[in-house]
Design a protein around this ligand. Structure first.
Ligand code: BG6
Length: 479
């Protein structure tokens, strides 16, 4: 059961709110029906009435949450309200504070507030300062501030932003979203590793040869060039989502399953990463190509991409975690847009048997590889060697597989989980200031140096140069 509250969403007319947050909030309140009341106050610079905002949101709920019109309308009328902050002046924020007081009085709410900044980073500082000046950093109940990524664009800016926000909100009021942490399969990494005793004795440099983490996307940059071109794959995916996958894969068992204990172990992994070798970093950019039988344009021809841009749409890098568990084991991380299909997977390659009986018999014994597939077709599969039936020894790799969908159907959306955790005050799945800064620090050498940019045709698995770091294709196998 959730405590009664108001969700105040800045950027309420934007894409994230309409496509992701509204459906997630709808689901969250529906699961908690009969409790509440819960209200959503949409905030943006547009001048809309409550009714205008409801009309737009009803269309989004029909489209993205697949609600019928009557259900969407009934819910929107009792839940959604709107407040414009016009030119974002102090008086607009004072009016916002008055509106919140009035809504809370009218609906007998205790003053619990989530303030969700679904805004471009350039708008964070002003909004936070104005919010605090209008007294919106505390209330009769609790006030929590949710900040979407990107959190800074390098170590210095992340530090400055943390220091700035801490002037107005304490760390335990701040919830930095990395939506990967809301994915069931990402949370399950802890259960997989620490609720199954069979893996722990194997999970180290003695038994593991390498770890690959891949996040491939078929989508291109779409209409987001304005943001993406200043960011690139390293800032957009590697510093945050993929680093989270890395720390959850490599961390030690936490003392407890609470936010502080888990974070402590994650940060220790980040601190143990050896300084990156720039020869182990490959940046790429897609050119025109064919995806799913359709011709697609290259990055430089996408709307809004500046001429001659050298922003990477693909990055692969190899790093080492210099601690007792992992010393010498390469972790190869890669991500890119316009690759053949969407896949997020951690592939753990175990060491080959030191000698095999079968080498002399013409058999090619390969390493056992564990695939932890984060999305889509969520599940695990372990490759192992099997004797092909018949005389003599012929060996084939088969897979022992588990798929979530067979037991659990469709998994809940990451935002649904995270939005509810903010209301519960559980920060386990959110990113602490120290984590953000330490993760930026690792990638500083790459951000500060112009490394070459390789091209790859859309619809391929990235630049050829990647083969230097990784054997690509087994990782992308179907299971
Ligand atoms: C976002 C990035 O954080 O994550 C996008 O900004 C990317 O560029 C997206 O497409 C990927 O998320 P998911 O959940 O589809 O893997």
């Amino acid at each position: 059961m959730l405590q009664p509250h108001i969700y105040v969403v800045f950027g309420a007319t934007g894409d994230l709110m309409q496509r992701k947050l509204l459906p997630a909030l709808y689901d969250m309140y529906k699961d908690d029906e009969g409790n509440g009341p819960y209200l959503i106050l949409g905030v943006s610079r547009s001048s809309l009435s409550d009714d205008d905002f409801r009309t737009n949101s009803i269309a989004s709920l029909q489209k993205f949450a697949k609600l019928d019109e009557d259900t969407a309308t009934e819910w929107a009328n009792k839940t959604l309200f709107f407040q414009s902050i016009g030119k974002q002046q102090a008086s607009d924020f004072e009016a916002l504070a008055e509106r919140l007081d009035a809504l809370e009085a009218e609906h007998e709410l205790p003053g619990n507030r989530v303030i969700y900044l679904s805004l471009p980073p350039s708008a964070f500082r002003d909004s936070i300062e104005h919010l605090a000046d209008a007294g919106l950093n505390s209330s009769a109940g609790w006030t929590r501030l949710v900040i979407e990524k990107p959190f800074g664009h390098d170590l210095e800016s992340a530090r400055a932003l943390n220091d700035f926000v801490h002037q107005y909100y304490s760390e335990d009021q701040i919830y930095r979203i990395d939506h990967y942490l809301g994915k069931e399969t990402v949370q399950n990494l802890l259960v997989f590793r620490f609720a199954n005793a069979i893996f722990e004795p194997l999970w180290n440099r003695n038994q593991i040869e390498r770890v690959d983490i891949v996040v491939t996307e078929a989508l291109g940059v779409g209409s987001r060039a304005g943001y993406y071109d200043k960011s690139g794959a390293l800032r957009d995916m590697l510093q945050n989502h993929i680093s989270q996958l890395l720390t959850l894969t490599a961390m030690e068992a936490p003392a407890k399953a609470d936010a502080d204990s888990i974070r402590r172990e994650k940060v220790k992994v980040l601190h143990s990463i050896r300084e990156l070798n720039l020869n182990d970093v490959i940046r790429g950019q897609y050119t025109a190509g064919t995806l799913d039988g359709e011709e697609v344009q290259g990055y430089l021809d996408e709307d809004g991409v500046p001429e001659g841009s050298t922003t990477e749409t693909f990055v692969a890098l190899r790093l080492f975690v210099d601690n007792w568990r992992w010393q010498g084991v390469p972790f190869v991380l890669q991500t890119g847009k316009r690759l053949p299909r969407r896949l997020t997977r951690i592939a753990v390659t175990f060491k080959r048997p030191p000698v095999t009986l079968f080498d002399g018999l013409g058999c090619n014994i390969v390493s056992n590889v564990l695939h932890i597939t984060i999305q889509p077709d969520e599940g695990f599969s372990l490759g192992f060697e099997v004797k092909e039936p018949g005389s003599g020894y012929r060996v084939q790799t088969q897979r022992l597989a588990y798929k979530y969908s067979e037991d659990y159907g469709t998994l809940p959306d990451a935002y649904r989980t995270l939005l509810a955790d903010v209301v519960r005050g559980d920060s386990t799945l959110f990113v602490h200031a120290e984590e953000v800064e330490t993760a930026w620090k690792i990638y500083e050498p790459v951000l500060n140096t112009e490394t070459p940019i390789h091209t790859y045709p859309a619809g391929t698995f990235g630049p050829d140069a990647v083969s230097r770091l990784t054997r690509r294709f087994p990782i992308y196998d179907e299971s």
